[in-house]
Design a protein around this ligand. Structure first.
Ligand code: CA
Length: 424
């Protein structure tokens, strides 16, 4: 599919992340106005609340867009999502008869503040890139035990915290926690010393499912409203001490950042690609009826405080995943677990086969053994206070690009914790 031309000139340039082919959903505000729904087009945001007030959109319900979340639109289901996309495509097309009515309700993106695009009802994080799982398993348990025996059969996940999922641009406070130095008998409590990122894609679930009702893979795929970039900030030293036997807890609970635009599954449709060949046969309930990954280029940049430019530290692609979001969602519901509108599923860290295609500092520096050199001349093993980490993502089409915007966060010092007397 080629670029679909719009009367919004900035949406027709080959490097804009937001051509008419994209139409991602976000929440924005401008000086003195309340956050409300908007759709990105070129370097503008279409004010969806104003569009609704003007009587130019009707997808089967009223008062959908004058709120700071897209959950009510998601709740209407896939037919309404398709109607929304059709109508926006008409309104913004090169030959649209409604241009004059829309021009005053396009807001310059440079003047807008972006917020969380939806209410995250629950957050689940997976562990579904084989390269990542192999790298981490090798460091934590040795090469012979790298992949746990269940890994090739089951999309491994854990229930995370929705309460600390934040929008790109939110500062990240270095967590405190229990750390157990290898040469110490007992743990200490204090600021994390091995703070890391995890480059992930988040799937936003747009339809709920009933408790006790499993989903087929096709049903699960159709329930996904769209995707965001997701940074699952991780405290490696806290994780290494706490993770056995129930998995990560405080090491992942302090913050998860997402990009501000939900790129819809419909916009990503031309970029579908299959999961890799199965290393061992999988159970039928996880078998995909078609390609359910997407070809999305991803990268990470790091910028120390005061630096003028950021250094790209990793480049990879979402097609490296072993398990797709549809498989993860179907597996999540397979026990009878109810899924909610606004459920967020983290893909798991996306690592490729090469040294510079690893989606975490843990892997890029091999546990801190091989420091990274930044363009500023500084080196890093893990994140230092003042560093800004940014995820980037886009799918490249024929003369256009489906961009995600960025997912960024700057790390601030840990809060000082009241000293607790230790009488032991
Ligand atoms: Ca993760």
């Amino acid at each position: 599919m080629p670029l679909i031309k719009s009367w919004v000139a900035s949406a027709n340039t080959p490097d804009t992340p937001f051509p008419l082919n994209n139409l991602p959903c976000g929440v924005f505000s401008t000086a003195g106005s309340e956050p409300r729904c908007g759709v990105a087009i070129g370097d503008r945001i279409l004010d969806m609340a104003a569009l609704e007030t003007a009587g130019l959109i009707d997808i089967g319900a009223e008062d959908l867009f004058d709120v700071p979340f897209w959950n009510e639109v998601m709740e209407l289901g896939p037919d309404a999502w398709a109607a929304l996309r059709r109508r926006l495509s008409e309104l913004l097309a090169e030959d649209s008869p409604d241009r004059t009515a829309l021009e005053p309700i396009l807001v310059p993106m440079a003047e807008a503040e972006l917020h969380m695009p939806c209410l995250v009802s629950e957050y689940t994080d997976f562990y579904a890139s084989r390269h990542h799982a192999t790298n981490v398993g090798t460091m934590f348990r040795g090469a012979e035990n790298a992949l746990p025996p269940n890994w090739l059969h089951i999309p491994i996940g854990y229930n995370g915290r929705a309460s600390t999922v934040v929008a790109s641009g939110t500062d990240i406070i270095r967590p405190n926690g229990q750390l157990k130095p290898a040469d110490a008998d007992r743990p200490v409590f204090g600021p994390c010393r091995r703070l890391d990122i995890e480059l992930e894609l988040g799937a936003v679930v747009g339809c709920g499912s009933e408790m006790g009702t499993p989903l087929t893979i096709a049903e699960a795929d159709a329930m996904i409203f769209g995707y965001v970039l997701l940074n699952d900030w991780s405290a490696r030293d806290i994780q290494a001490w706490e993770y056995q036997p129930l998995g990560p807890f405080q090491a992942k609970a302090f913050a998860t950042s997402i990009s501000p635009w939900i790129v819809t599954s419909a916009a990503l449709e031309p970029f579908r690609t299959a999961t890799p060949d199965r290393a061992v046969p999988i159970l039928p309930y996880l078998a995909e009826p078609g390609p359910m990954l997407y070809d999305i280029d991803l990268s990470v940049t790091m910028k120390p405080a005061g630096a003028t430019a950021a250094t790209t530290i990793a480049r990879t692609n979402y097609r490296e995943m072993y398990w797709s979001a549809a498989q993860q969602l179907a597996h999540h519901a397979s026990s009878g677990c109810a899924m909610n509108v606004g459920d967020l599923l983290g893909s798991g860290t996306i690592s490729g086969p090469d040294r510079d295609s690893r989606g975490s500092l843990l892997e890029l520096t091999w546990g801190g053994r091989d420091p990274l050199r930044l363009d500023t001349g500084e080196t890093r093993t893990f994140i230092e206070d003042g560093d800004t980490l940014t995820l980037h993502g886009h799918a490249d089409g024929d003369g256009y690009r489906i961009g995600f915007g960025t997912c960024s966060g700057t790390v601030r010092p840990a809060v000082s914790f009241p000293k607790v007397t230790d009488d032991r």
